[in-house]
Design a protein around this ligand. Structure first.
Ligand code: GLA
Length: 409
C-alpha cells in the first residue's frame, strides 16, 4: 500500500508542478498501469509515463481518511473518549467527537465530588444526590446525538467528599459506624440510578464503574486515605456491587475499574469471584482496565493480564487508554522516534484486542481513550493521545485506527 500511495502522490505532485496554474484536475488516485491521464482545462490531455517520474523527489504519502468509530464497529465495539463540557463548546469540537467516537465518559462530572448537595444533606440529615450543570450538559448532548455513556464512578477513595463519612456530615466529628455508612452507600447508589432514570439518561448508559481503584499492586485492599475502607472495612466493595445490582437497570453493565492492571490481574481474578450472590450469580458484569500505559511497557505482560481476566468470562473494557512517551520514571520528548514508537504501540495493542474479540477469547464491547488530543490530556507533558494540540493525527492515531503504513512502522 505504501508504494502505491507513494507512486500516485509522486505522479500528482509532478503533474501539479508541471501544469501549475493550468486548472489541473488531479487524477483519480488509482494506479492505472504504465500511463496516467491528466485532464487540463476541458480538452487538453497529457500522458505521463510512470517510468519517467521515478527520479522526482518524493512527496509525503497521503494518509487515508479513516474514522475510529468505523474501525471499532467492524469488531462490534464502541469507541469512546472522556469528555468535558469545554470539548463540546464549539461546533468543531462536537464534530471531532461525533466523527470518531460512539461513547463518552465524563472526565469528572459524575465523580462523587460532584454529585452531592452538602447544604441539602446537612438540612435533611441524609445524603442528597444532585446532578451538576456540567454533567447535565454532557448527558443531554449524548442523548441528543445518540452517543453511549459510561458512568464513572460511584465508590472511590479519591475525588470523594470526606464529609459524607462523618457524623452529621461534619468532619470535626467522628467517622460514622459501618451500619450508618452502609445505609448512606445504599441511599447514594439508589438515588443516582433513580435520578438517571428520571432524567431520561438510563437508555444511553451502558456501563458504570461501581468501584474504582480499590486494590494495590501487592494484592492488598487500599487502606490509606480510603474512608470507605475505614468506615466499612473490606466489605465496602461487596456492598457497593450488591446495591448497584439492586438498583441499576439490567441494561447497565456494572464494572470494577483499576489502573496498573498488568500487576493486579491475579488479585482481580480472585476478587471478582467473591462478587456473587447466594445463588452464585455474579453481581458484577465487567472489569475496566484503565490503560494508563507507557511506550516502554511490555505488551506481552499486558496481554497476559488481559487474558487472565478475560478467562473469568466477565466483560473486559479498556476504559481510560492513553500511552505516555517513555516510562513513568522518565518521560520522553515528542520527537519523531518516540512518536513512531507510540504509533506502533497503539497499533499492536489495539490489534491484539481486535484479534481476541474476533476469536471470542475476549468479551469486550467498548474501548475508551482518556481524551483524544494531547493538549487536553491530564498527562499532556507526556503527549499520550492520538492527535497533537492542533488536532493533527499522530502516528498514534493511525496506530489506533489500524492503518499500519502510517503508524510508525
Ligand atoms: C483515574 C480516574 C479517572 C481520572 C484519571 C485522571 O484514572 O479513574 O477518573 O481521574 O485518574 O484523569
Amino acid at each position: 500500500m505504501k508504494s502505491k500511495l507513494l507512486k500516485n502522490s509522486v505522479i500528482v505532485a509532478l503533474c501539479c508542478g508541471l501544469l501549475a496554474g493550468c486548472g489541473v484536475t488531479a487524477p483519480n488516485q488509482e494506479e492505472t498501469g504504465e500511463t496516467v491521464q491528466i485532464e487540463v482545462g476541458t480538452d487538453d490531455t497529457t500522458a505521463v509515463s510512470t517510468d519517467e517520474v521515478a527520479e522526482v523527489p518524493e512527496e509525503e504519502p497521503v494518509a487515508p481518511e479513516v474514522y475510529l468509530k468505523d474501525v471499532f464497529a467492524e469488531h462490534g465495539m464502541k469507541v469512546g473518549t472522556c469528555l468535558t463540557p469545554q470539548m463540546i463548546s464549539s461546533e468543531g469540537g462536537k464534530e471531532r467527537i461525533k466523527n470518531h467516537f460512539t461513547s463518552i465518559t465524563c472526565e469528572n462530572a459524575m465523580k462523587p465530588d460532584y454529585i452531592f448537595d452538602k447544604t441539602a444533606s446537612v438540612a435533611a440529615g441524609e445524603l442528597i444526590v444532585e446532578f451538576n450543570k456540567d454533567m447535565i450538559t454532557m448527558l443531554d448532548w449524548a442523548v441528543a446525538n445518540d452517543i453511549a455513556v459510561r458512568g464513572h464512578t460511584l465508590v472511590w477513595y479519591s475525588q470523594t467528599p470526606s464529609w459524607i463519612f462523618y457524623e452529621d456530615f461534619n468532619t470535626g466529628k467522628n467517622l460514622v459506624s459501618k451500619d450508618v455508612m452502609m445505609k448512606r452507600m445504599e441511599s447514594m447508589i439508589k438515588q443516582v440510578f433513580e435520578k438517571l432514570e428520571a432524567s431520561g439518561y438510563t437508555d444511553v448508559i451502558y456501563a458504570y464503574d461501581v468501584v474504582n481503584e480499590a486494590w494495590m499492586e501487592n494484592g492488598n485492599v487500599r487502606q490509606d486515605n480510603n474512608l470507605w475502607y475505614q468506615t466499612m472495612g473490606e466489605d465496602f466493595m461487596y456492598y457497593a456491587f450488591y446495591y448497584a445490582d439492586k438498583y441499576a437497570p439490567e441494561t447497565i453493565d456494572l464494572y470494577y475499574n483499576d489502573y496498573n492492571e498488568q500487576y493486579k490481574a491475579d488479585t482481580l481474578v480472585r476478587f471478582v469471584d467473591t462478587l456473587k450472590d447466594e445463588s452464585g450469580r455474579y453481581l458484577i458484569d465487567g472489569v475496566g482496565l484503565q490503560g494508563h500505559l507507557y511506550t516502554n511497557d511490555d505488551l506481552d505482560t499486558y496481554f497476559k493480564a488481559i487474558d487472565k481476566i478475560a478467562a473469568t468470562g466477565l466483560k473486559v473494557q479498556i476504559t481510560e487508554l492513553d500511552v505516555s512517551l517513555g516510562s513513568w520514571q522518565s518521560v520522553k520528548p515528542a520527537d519523531e522516534n518516540n512518536l513512531k514508537k507510540q504509533g506502533r504501540f497503539y497499533y499492536d495493542l489495539i490489534n491484539g484486542i481486535f484479534e481476541r474479540v474476533d476469536n471470542g477469547t475476549l468479551n469486550s464491547d467498548a474501548l475508551t481513550f482518556w481524551g483524544y488530543c494531547d493538549s487536553m490530556s491530564w498527562r499532556r507533558n507526556a503527549n499520550p493521545l492520538l492527535f497533537d494540540s492542533l488536532y493533527r493525527p499522530k502516528y498514534a492515531f493511525y496506530g489506533a485506527a489500524q492503518v499500519k503504513e502510517f503508524a510508525g512502522y
